[in-house]
Design a protein around this ligand. Sequence first.
Ligand SMILES: [Mg+2]
Length: 120
Amino acid sequence: MPKKILITDDALFMRVTLKNLLVNSGYEVVGEATNGKEAVEQFVSCHPDVVFMDITMPIMDGISATRAIKQCDPNAKVIMCTAMGQKNMVVEAIQAGAKDFIVKPFSPERVLESIAKVIG
Ligand SMILES: [Mg+2]
């Protein structure tokens, strides 16, 4: 059974890039959310093994969404996708329950390494 991934980013380009990489690497992308609220809803309905979470998004940001997801499932595995210059957000994201970080623009190797790390 391929591992199930939920992608969350308000930028279509990022979602497409990540989805292509994940699908080509044998993962199943079970959802694509464009903001934190959609991410929480899709987490509940799709039960993904791993969630990729952008930080800056409209309606609900990635840190609030990570908190909400961790309340639904304390074992949820969330990887934050941060932009350059968002280092100050990293501490907050760890406190919210994020397991790992990738910094945009990220390399395919780093993305796959991060999934392997959080799945354990
Ligand atoms: Mg964004």
